[in-house]
Design a binder for this molecule. Structure first.
Ligand SMILES: [Cu+2]
Length: 455
C-alpha cells in the first residue's frame, strides 16, 4: 500500500492527527487580497487585546480570524502587478495581491498561526525576521523546514513573546524573491496599552528594483545598480503623504530589505530611534537625530513631534535614491555649451538624452519622450513649482488642530504672510569680478586648453 492509498483508505484525519495539528486540517482562513496601491485605513482589532493599529504607507493590514485561542492568518505568495507610481506598473512577486505583502499586526502574548500558500512557479518559505520562536518555525528552507513547493500550503505556529517592529520575507531563493518584491511588515503591540503610546503610527519597508526603462519585470541579478528606489514598492510621487498634528507623537517604523543603507532625513523636527527589530530602546540610550540610517536587513522605529505646521519633506538622503530611473552613463555636461546639440542629435537618435549645460533641473521641465512604462527622473509639482524628486521622497503634512481620524490633507500648506523666503528687490548685486584675482583650478585648466577666460 503506497502513501496515497493509505490516506484514501484510512482517512486524512487519522494521518493528520499524527502529522500536523488538527487545526491545519480545518478550512483555511478566508483569503484576503488587496489590489489598490492606496494607503488603506488602519485595521481596528475586532477581537483580542485592544491596541491602536498602525497605518501601512501605500499598503494594508491582513485580517485574521480567532480559533481556539489562536489568531489565524492566511498569506498567499503569488505573482502580482504593482503600480510603482501613476504611469508605471511592475510585474512583481508578493503576497495576497500586493508587493509588499500585508502588514501582520498582533499583540505580545498572542499565539499566531499563519497558513502560507505558494502560488509561485518555484518553492518558497517565510522567515519571521526578529521574532523569537521555536527553531522549526524560523522558515529557513533546507535548514529548519522543507521548502514550500508550488501549490502547497504550510502552517507556521508560534507565540509572540515580545512586542516591537519586525518583518517577514522568504528564506528560499532569497536574492530572486526579494528582488521581485517579496516582503512584509510585522507589528507586535505591547500587552500594556500604556507602554510608549503614540498618536500616529506609520510603517513601511524600503525596497529597490532594477527595471529597465520600457520593461516591466525586475532584473533579479542586480547587486548594486538599482534604478527604482521605493517605499513599499512605490516611488514619489506615488508615495502617499503622512499627516501629523502639532504636538502629536508620531512613530514611523521603517525596515530595509535593499542591498544598501538608507539615511532617512526628516525636515521640521528631530527624531529618536525608540525601537529596532531587536527591541525597544530605553530612554537613556536615545539621542536626537534629523537623519536616521536604516541599515540593510534592519528595522528602525523613530518617534518625533512637530512644533511648526507646514509641508515637511521626509526622504532618503542619498540623492540618487530620490530620483527616478536614469542611465548611469549620462556624462556631466555642466558648463559645456551644447547650443542646440541635443536637438540635432535627436534627429538621428530619437531617444537621445543628455544632461543640460546648467545642471539637470531642466530635465524635469523638458518634456522628453520617455520609453513606455517609465517614470521620469525627477518630477512632482508643488505649490511653488517643480519639486524635482523621484524615488524615496514624501511629505509630512503637519497641521494645527488636526482631528485624530484625518488621514489625508489634500491641499498644500498656506504660509502666513511674511514667512516664505522672498526675492531681494533692493540694490542689485555687484558684477562678478573678472580681473583674475580669484581663479580656481578648473578655470585655469580651461584657460590652458585655449578657451580664453572660460566664460
Ligand atoms: Cu536611500
Amino acid at each position: 500500500m503506497d502513501r496515497r492509498q493509505f490516506i484514501r483508505t484510512s482517512g486524512a484525519a487519522v494521518l493528520g492527527s499524527a502529522a500536523v495539528s488538527t487545526a491545519a486540517l480545518a478550512a483555511l482562513p478566508e483569503l484576503a487580497t488587496q489590489k489598490s496601491p492606496d494607503t488603506q485605513p488602519p485595521l481596528v482589532p475586532q477581537d483580542g487585546r485592544p491596541y491602536r493599529p498602525v497605518t501601512t504607507l501605500n499598503g494594508w493590514t491582513l485580517p485574521w480570524r480567532t480559533r481556539d485561542g489562536w489568531k489565524e492568518f492566511h498569506l498567499v505568495a503569488e505573482p502580482v502587478v504593482r503600480e510603482i507610481a501613476p504611469g508605471m506598473t511592475a510585474n512583481l512577486w508578493g503576497y495576497n495581491g500586493q508587493s509588499p505583502g500585508p502588514t501582520i499586526e498582533c499583540v505580545e502574548g498572542d499565539r499566531i498561526r499563519v497558513f502560507v500558500t505558494n502560488r509561485l512557479p518555484e518553492h518558497t518559505s517565510i522567515h519571521w525576521h526578529g521574532i523569537l520562536l521555536p527553531n522549526g518555525m524560523d522558515g529557513v528552507s533546507g535548514l529548519t523546514q522543507p521548502s514550500i513547493k508550488p501549490g502547497k500550503t504550510v502552517v507556521y505556529e508560534f507565540e509572540m513573546r515580545k512586542s516591537g517592529t519586525f518583518m517577514y520575507h522568504p528564506h528560499a531563493d532569497e536574492m530572486v524573491q526579494m528582488a521581485m518584491g517579496m516582503m512584509g511588515a510585522i507589528v507586535v503591540h505591547p500587552k500594556d496599552p500604556a507602554f510608549m503610546p503614540v498618536d500616529r503610527d506609520y510603517i513601511f519597508l524600503v525596497n529597490a528594483y532594477d527595471i529597465e526603462p520600457g520593461s516591466y519585470t525586475p532584473k533579479v541579478n542586480t547587486m548594486l545598480d538599482f534604478n527604482l528606489w521605493t517605499w513599499n514598492s512605490r516611488a514619489f510621487p506615488g508615495i502617499d503623504h503622512m499627516v501629523a498634528g502639532i504636538g502629536e507623537k508620531v512613530r514611523i517604523r521603517m525596515g530595509n530589505l535593499t542591498m544598501t543603507n538608507h539615511p532617512m532625513h526628516i525636515h521640521g523636527t528631530e527624531m529618536f530611534v525608540t525601537c529596532t527589530d531587536g527591541g525597544w530602546v530605553r530612554e537613556s540610550a536615545r539621542w536626537p537625530e534629523v537623519t536616521v540610517d536604516v541599515p540593510v536587513g534592519a528595522m528602525r522605529s523613530v518617534e518625533c513631534t512637530f512644533t511648526d505646521p507646514g509641508d515637511w519633506s521626509f526622504h532618503c538622503h542619498k540623492s540618487h535614491h530620490t530620483m527616478g530611473p536614469m542611465g548611469h552613463q549620462v556624462p556631466t555636461m555642466i558648463g559645456v555649451s551644447q547650443s542646440g546639440l541635443w536637438q540635432r542629435i535627436r534627429k538621428l537618435v530619437p531617444d537621445y538624452m543628455v544632461m543640460g549645460d546648467n545642471g539637470m533641473a531642466e530635465m524635469g521641465e523638458m518634456q522628453m519622450d520617455l520609453p513606455e512604462n517609465t517614470l521620469p527622473m525627477m518630477t512632482g509639482e508643488g505649490p511653488f513649482g517643480g519639486i524635482e524628486m523621484g524615488g524615496m521622497f514624501t511629505v509630512v503634512k503637519v497641521r494645527d488642530g488636526l482631528a485624530r481620524d484625518v488621514r489625508k490633507v489634500p491641499e498644500w500648506y498656506t504660509h502666513p504672510p511674511g514667512t516664505v523666503a522672498y526675492e531681494w528687490t533692493g540694490e542689485p548685486v555687484a558684477e562678478e569680478r573678472r580681473d583674475g584675482a580669484v581663479a580656481d583650478a578648473a578655470t585655469l585648466s580651461v584657460r590652458r586648453g585655449g578657451h580664453g577666460s572660460g566664460h
